[in-house]
Ligand binder design. Sequence first.
Ligand SMILES: Nc1ncnc2c1ncn2[C@@H]1O[C@H](COP(=O)(O)OP(=O)(O)OP(=O)(O)O)[C@@H](O)[C@H]1O
Ligand SMILES: [Mg+2]
Length: 234
Amino acid sequence: MEKGIFVTGIDTGVGKTVIAGAIAASIKTHGLDVGVMKPVATGAREIEGKLVSDDVVYLKKTIDSTDDDDLVNPICLKPALAPTMAASKTGGSIDLDKIWKAYRALAAKHDFVVVEGIGGLMVPIDDNTLVADMALKMGLALVIVSKHYLGAINHTLLTLEYARSRNLRIKGIIFNMLKNGEDFVGEIGRFTSVPVLGTIPFKENVCVEECEYGDIVEHFRREINISNIMRKET
Ligand SMILES: Nc1ncnc2c1ncn2[C@@H]1O[C@H](COP(=O)(O)OP(=O)(O)OP(=O)(O)O)[C@@H](O)[C@H]1O
Ligand SMILES: [Mg+2]
């Protein structure tokens, strides 16, 4: 079995948090001890002097995680900017060691860790590290979240191509928030052999910002064979 999975996306706002939460909750129902991680979050809110990321609150809620926020989200920045820009605006750079230590602690503590990236694969974390390098350093395979919008064919195929060029293992693509998107899925399929793990429709009762996951977890468990994500190919 894999030690975890790295959930990335073709863009920001495509549903990485929603899908990562559904993966974590589905794996938990298999009786495994699951952890969640958002190594770097930006756009955090300040609540009673503490920075809080909506993604982290949502991810933890899906599995009732009691892990310390410092482990789940070692880097939490207030400016709603790309990580390196948010870090320099707050007078510093991102401490990668903090990320690796937190990941090692979560991996040691749990059977399986679901990690949500930030933005897409080529988002810089520091001068020498992209999100793709984080996934490589953690040794995790990717689930790539895609969404149907004008420009998304290009974003999806570029993401797949880049992942392949970095020798990242790809479990497959999940198409999220599909509204009559069958043509889109077919179009992607014409240009890649990467497996489609499943499709998730737009659901009115889902909202990361309000920490509402509605029935997405049940839907996800019906639609997506979680063993395709958990199983390690030999
Ligand atoms: N299947 C869905 N049905 C309805 N709303 C959804 C669905 N998936 C995601 N959303 C909503 O779309 C928005 C973006 O989703 P989400 O926060 O999961 O994206 P993300 O890729 O994690 O974004 P970020 O790059 O900010 O981390 C959120 O408001 C979320 O509630
Ligand atoms: Mg997110």
